[in-house]
Design a protein around this ligand. Structure first.
Ligand code: NAD
Length: 484
C-alpha cells in the first residue's frame, strides 16, 4: 500500500516537488487513526511556481487540436482504469470510504469523465451566423489558467470533474485538493503526464484554506472552480470577484427526498439509504430531509430500520463492508453534535445515534423520525450518516417546505404518478432532480446547485461553457457605410 504513495507533496511542471518548509499536514487512515504519511503545504513561492508552470504550458496546450488533447485525456482514462484497484486503495486510505465503493465510484467515475471530455474535445467549435451579405463567426477560446479546489469526499472524482473539461477546452490547471485527502490528485497529475500531457498542463499543490486563497488571489488565474462548503464558497467567490474571475461553485446542500404514498416502498427505502449512508453520508447532494407521506410512513420506517440494521460497518479494505468511518475525528465530532441536538429537540431516534467504540472514526448510521422543519438536523448540512424523516400530507405543503431552505443542490421525488412527479420537479428549487431514483450523477448530465448551493454546472456539455468563452468575429463583405 505504501509503495504507491506519491513521493512528494506537489506536482509542478511535470515533476514532483518538495518543500519541507511548508506547514506539515499529517495524513491519517480514518479507519484506525494511524498516521500514514505527510505532505507539506505550499508556501506562496510554491503557489506562484505552479501558476507560472500552468501559464507557460498554455500556449502549447491551447494550440493543439481538440482531437490531440482528447487523445491524451482518453489515454489517461485508460491508465486510470488499468490502475483502478491501486487508486481505489489509495482513496480508501485517504478517505476511509469502503473499497466496495471506491472500486466502482471514485477513480472509475474520474475515468468516465476523462473519456467523455476526451471524446468531446474534438467537437468543441464555434458557430457561423449569416448576417445578410456579411457574416459573423465565433471562436470558442479557453479561459487561461484555471484553479481547481477540491473537497475531501470524492477527491479523484472532483479532480477529474474539473481537470477534464478544463483541459479539453485548452486551459491549463493548478489543482489544490483538500488537505484531508491530498494523494490521488497527485496520481492524476502523474497519469496525465504519462498519457502525454505536456509538463505544466495539470499541476497539484497541497495546503489548507490559506494555500487555496493564495491560488485564488493570483492575478494570472482566470477561473476558479471550487467544490466545498457554502461558507468557503462565499469567501472564494468574493476573492474571485475582485479580479472579475470566472467561477464555478459546487457547494453544500440539505436536499429533500419526497416519498408519496403510492411509491414502491422497497425502492424508496433503497433511495433513502443511498441518499444518506453512501460514503458514510459525506455527499453534498444527499437527500437528508426525507419527507414521507403519512400513509406510507410506518411501512417505510419499519423496512428502513430493518435494512439499516443489516449494514456492515467496519474495515473499509474488506470488500464486504458497506460503511466506513467518517473522514476525520473532527467531522465525527460535528456529526455527533448534530445527533445530540436532534435528541434534545425531540426527534425520535429510530436506529443508530452513537459512535462505535474502538479505533477509527466510526459512527452508526442514524435515522430520526418525527423531525420538524425548525430542528437543526432538518435545516443545517450535517455531512454524515444522519437521516431526518419528516411527515407530510399534501403535495402543496411538501413542495413549500422542501423549498424553505437556503440550499438548492438536489431533490428527489418517489411516486408512481408521473404527472405529479414532473409537476413536482418543476416546482422544486434544485439544480439536479431525480424521479424514482436518487444520487446518480452520470457524466452525461449537468450537475450543480441553485441558491446558496452553487453557481454554474459541472459535467455534460454545460462544463464546456464553464471553461471556455466565445470570441465573436464580424466579417464585412460589403461596402462600409458611414454617415458622412
Ligand atoms: P471546505 O469548504 O471546508 O473546503 C473545501 C476546499 O476549500 C478545501 O480544499 C479547502 O482547503 C479549501 N478552502 C478553504 N478555505 C479556503 C479559502 N478561503 N480560499 C480558498 N480555498 C479554501 O469543504 P470540505 O469540508 O472539504 O467539504 C465538504 C463540503 O463540500 C460540504 O459542504 C459539501 O456539501 C461540499 N461539497 C459539494 C459538492 C458539490 O458538488 N456541490 C461536492 C462535494 C462536497
Amino acid at each position: 500500500m505504501i509503495e504507491m504513495q506519491p513521493n512528494a507533496s506537489h506536482f509542478i511542471n511535470g515533476a514532483y516537488v518538495e518543500d519541507e518548509g511548508g506547514a506539515e499536514i499529517a495524513l491519517t487512515y480514518p479507519a484506525t487513526g494511524e498516521k500514514t504519511g505527510r505532505v507539506f503545504a505550499a508556501r506562496p513561492d510554491m503557489v506562484a511556481k505552479a501558476v507560472r508552470a500552468a501559464e507557460a504550458a498554455l500556449p502549447v496546450w491551447s494550440a493543439m487540436t481538440g482531437a490531440e488533447r482528447g487523445r491524451i485525456l482518453t489515454r489517461a482514462a485508460q491508465i486510470i482504469r488499468e490502475r483502478n484497484r491501486d487508486l481505489s486503495i489509495l482513496e480508501t486510505l485517504d478517505t476511509g470510504k469502503p473499497l466496495s465503493e471506491t472500486l466502482v465510484a471514485d477513480a472509475a467515475s474520474g475515468a468516465d469523465c476523462l473519456e467523455y471530455f476526451g471524446g468531446m474535445a474534438a467537437t468543441i467549435t464555434g458557430e457561423t451566423v449569416q448576417l445578410g451579405a456579411d457574416f459573423a463567426y465565433t471562436i470558442r477560446e479557453p479561459l487561461g489558467v484555471c484553479a481547481g479546489i477540491g473537497a475531501w469526499n470524492y477527491p479523484i472524482q472532483i479532480a477529474c470533474w474539473k481537470a477534464a473539461p478544463a483541459l479539453a477546452c485548452g486551459n491549463t490547471m493548478v489543482f489544490k485538493p483538500s488537505e484531508e485527502t491530498p494523494l490521488t490528485a497527485l496520481k492524476l497529475a502523474e497519469i496525465l503526464v504519462e498519457a502525454g500531457a505536456p509538463p505544466g498542463v495539470f499541476n497539484v499543490i497541497q495546503g489548507a484554506g490559506e494555500t487555496g486563497a493564495a491560488l485564488v488571489d493570483d492575478p494570472r488565474v482566470a477561473k476558479v472552480s471550487l467544490t466545498g462548503s457554502v461558507p468557503t464558497g462565499r469567501k472564494v467567490y468574493e476573492a474571485a470577484a475582485r479580479d472579475l474571475k470566472h467561477v464555478t461553485m459546487e457547494l453544500g446542500g440539505k436536499s429533500p427526498l419526497i416519498i408519496f404514498d403510492d411509491a414502491n416502498v422497497e425502492d424508496a427505502v433503497s433511495a433513502a439509504i443511498n441518499a444518506n449512508f453512501y460514503s458514510t453520508g459525506q455527499i453534498c447532494s444527499n437527500g437528508t430531509r426525507v419527507f414521507v407521506q403519512t400513509g406510507i410512513k410506518q411501512a417505510f420506517l419499519t423496512r428502513l430500520a430493518e435494512r439499516t440494521g443489516s449494514a456492515v460497518i467496519g474495515d473499509p479494505m474488506d470488500e464486504a463492508t458497506h460503511l466506513g468511518p467518517m473522514v476525520s475525528e473532527g467531522q465525527r465530532g460535528i456529526v455527533l453534535n448534530y445527533i445530540a441536538k436532534g435528541l434534545e429537540n425531540g426527534a425520535r431516534l429510530i436506529t443508530g445515534g452513537k459512535s462505535i467504540d474502538g479505533p477509527g472514526y466510526f459512527i452508526e448510521p442514524t435515522v430520526f423520525a418525527d423531525v420538524t422543519d425548525d430542528m437543526a438536523i432538518a435545516r443545517e448540512e450535517i455531512f454524515g450518516p444522519v437521516m431526518s424523516v419528516l411527515d407530510f400530507e399534501t403535495e402543496e405543503d411538501v413542495t413549500r417546505r422542501a423549498n424553505d431552505t437556503e440550499f438548492g443542490l438536489a431533490a428527489g421525488v418517489f411516486t408512481r404518478d408521473l404527472a405529479r412527479a414532473h409537476r413536482m420537479v418543476r416546482a422544486l428549487q434544485a439544480g439536479t432532480c431525480w424521479i424514482n431514483q436518487y444520487n446518480l450523477t452520470p457524466i452525461e448530465m449537468p450537475f450543480g446547485g441553485v441558491k446558496a448551493s452553487g453557481i454554474g454546472r459541472e459535467n455534460a456539455r454545460a462544463a464546456i461553457e464553464a471553461y471556455s468563452q466565445p470570441k465573436s468575429v464580424y466579417v464585412g463583405l460589403s461596402a462600409v457605410e458611414a454617415p458622412f
